[in-house]
Design a protein around this ligand. Sequence first.
Ligand SMILES: [Zn+2]
Length: 156
Amino acid sequence: MPKLANTPTLNNYSKLPISSYRDYLKQHGLVKTVTISYNYLGNDHSITINISNTPCTYGGHRHWWHCPKCGRRVAVLYFNQSYQCRHCIGLNYQSQLQQPVDKLLKRVAVIRERLGWPQGIVNGHGGKPRGMWQKTYNRLVNEHDEIAQQIIERLI
Ligand SMILES: [Zn+2]
């Protein structure tokens, strides 16, 4: 393997968080798949990705991608010639997220507090707090989902 000047991180790949499809999924009910169109090297492609839904304690559902390559249930897919999970890309989370579980739990608690969501990742998503910018909300939810996923993977 060639030696790289910089160790690649997941930041090198464009992200496809399930949370960016929240509104779509809300409108379309409990769909089992989402078809995504994209352009790669000048060619149009489309891929149908399986989705699963797990109910939240406070109503609503939490949605997950199933990695098109390995079938793992994940919150975020990455683009590397095609869509796949971080396990298939073979990279770990960015260093910011490579932290002990207790630190991850603390960060998640801070995010949930800011969002006004009940504590505990098992409670899934709440709504957007009044007065919060959509952009801020999306950023927090994406961070929440990535950390929550890592916590779940470590605890299982
Ligand atoms: Zn995978």
